[in-house]
Design a binder for this molecule. Structure first.
Ligand code: FES
Ligand SMILES: [Fe+2]
Length: 359
C-alpha cells in the first residue's frame, strides 16, 4: 500500500451530521462535516490518551473526542481542552494529522500523504459527470483482493472473452488478424488502445489506484447503426493489503432514459461478480515478487508499465512497511503523514513506517 495518493474515503451521502469512521491503508480515519457542510478527514486517534475521534461528537466546526472532550478543528488543531484553566495556552503538540479533502462526483476524496499540493497527482477527472447528453451513476464494490491485483484486472482487455462471456466473443482480441494494440502517451500513468472490429477500447491507469476505460462501438438500431460511447472511471481505496473498496463511475451517451438503467445495471453487477470471484481466487494474494514469476504476454505491456510505475513509488519511499506495522501495532499508533508535517514539528503520533528505497 502506498501513501501520497488521492483515495475515496466515502460516498458524499454517507457523511451526514455525524462523524464517520473510515478505514484505508490499514488505518482508521475520522470524517466529519463542519457547520458549513465542508468535509474534513482526520487521523482517528486522539493524541491525549488514544480516544477514537470518529466515535465523538461534532461541536460547531470541531470534532470532540469521546474520552475527555478535546476538540479538534478541520485542520487537526486542538481548539479546546475542557480542563484547562481560563486563559491557559493549548499546547502546540495537541494536534492530529488532517488530510486535504476534495468532494466531487458524489465522492469524498482525501489525499493520504504529505506531498505539497503542486507535487500531487491530481484526481482522475470524470468530465461527463452531470453533463447534458450523458447519463452517469456511481457504484461501490467491496472486493477481497489487493489493490494492485485489482488495478491490473481493470487494465486488462483480453480476459473479457473468458471472464465475461455475455458481452465478448471468442477470438475477439487475437492479435494480428482480429485486433491491434497501441500504447498511448498519458501524463499521469500509462494507457493503450486495443482495436477489434468496430470496437475501440482505451484503458489506462492514473496514479496507482485510479483507472479509466473508454469504449467506442457501433450499436445496432432499427435503421442501421449508431455510434455508442461508454466510459468508466474507477477509484480504488485499499482498506488493507487484502481488500479494496472500488468506486466506479459510469457514463454513457446512449439509452439515456432512466428506464434503461435497470437492464444495464443487471449487466454491470454480473460483470462485478465475475471479476470479484476471479480475483479473490488468483494467486499470489499480493502483487507478485519478483514478477518474473509470471509470464507476461504482448498484450500485458500495460501491466509491465504499471508495475514499473508502482516500483517508482516504492523508490520514492511511499510504500508502507506492513510487516513492521503489524509487528508493532498493539503498542504503537501510526499516522499517515499529512502535509502539515513538512511545516511544523512536535507531532506526537509516529509516522507510519515505509519500506526504504533500495540503493
Ligand atoms: S483521549 Fe481524547 S480527550 Fe482524552
Ligand atoms: Fe473484468
Amino acid at each position: 500500500m502506498y501513501i501520497n495518493e488521492w483515495y475515496v474515503m466515502a460516498q458524499s451521502e454517507e457523511l451526514t451530521d455525524r462523524p464517520l469512521q473510515v478505514k484505508a491503508l490499514g488505518q482508521k480515519f475520522a470524517l466529519f462535516r463542519d457547520s458549513n457542510g465542508n468535509a474534513h478527514c482526520l487521523a482517528n486517534v486522539c493524541v491525549h490518551r488514544g480516544g477514537s475521534l470518529s466515535s465523538g461528537k461534532i461541536k460547531g466546526d470541531c470534532l470532540q473526542c469521546p474520552y475527555h472532550g478535546l476538540q479538534y478543528d478541520g485542520d487537526g488543531i486542538c481548539r479546546f481542552i475542557p480542563t484547562l484553566p481560563e486563559g491557559a495556552k493549548i499546547p502546540e503538540r495537541a494536534k492530529v494529522d488532517a488530510y486535504p479533502v476534495d468532494e466531487r462526483y458524489g465522492l469524498i476524496f482525501a489525499f493520504l500523504g504529505d506531498l505539497p499540493e503542486a507535487e500531487r497527482t491530481p484526481i482522475l477527472e470524470a468530465p461527463e459527470w452531470g453533463q447534458d447528453g450523458w447519463r452517469t451513476f456511481n457504484l461501490l464494490y467491496h472486493w477481497h483482493a489487493n489493490l494492485e491485483v485489482v488495478t491490473e484486472n481493470s487494465l486488462d482487455a483480453t480476459h473479457a472473452e473468458f471472464a465475461h462471456t455475455a458481452t465478448s466473443q471468442e477470438g475477439q482480441f487475437r492479435l494480428g488478424d482480429q485486433a491491434s494494440i497501441e500504447m498511448l502517451d498519458y501524463d499521469w500513468g500509462n494507457s493503450y488502445v486495443i482495436r477489434s472490429g468496430s470496437l475501440d477500447l482505451t484503458q489506462g491507469h492514473h496514479g496507482i489506484s485510479q483507472t479509466f476505460g473508454y469504449m467506442n462501438f457501433e450499436m445496432k438500431t432499427a435503421d442501421g447503426t449508431e455510434p455508442g460511447d461508454f466510459r468508466f472511471y474507477a477509484y480504488a481505496t485499499p482498506v488493507d493489503e487484502y481488500s479494496v473498496r472500488r468506486y466506479l463511475l459510469h457514463a454513457r451517451n446512449f439509452y439515456l432514459g432512466e428506464e434503461n438503467d435497470k437492464q444495464l445495471l443487471k449487466g454491470v453487477w454480473q460483470f462485478e461478480k465475475e471479476d470479484r470471484v476471479l480475483l479473490e481466487d488468483t494467486r499470489p494474494l499480493l502483487a507478485p515478487n519478483p514478477d518474473t514469476r509470471q509470464l507476461l504476454l504482448t498484450e500485458d505491456q500495460i501491466i509491465a508499465q504499471y508495475r514499473d510505475f508502482v516500483s517508482q513509488r516504492q523508490q520514492a519511499g511511499w510504500r508502507i512497511d506492513t510487516e513492521r506495522v503489524n509487528a508493532t501495532r498493539e503498542q504503537t499508533v501510526y499516522a499517515i503523514p499529512s502535509p502539515a508535517r513538512r511545516e511544523s514539528t512536535g507531532w506526537i503520533t509516529e509516522e507510519i513506517p515505509r519500506i526504504r528505497p533500495s540503493a
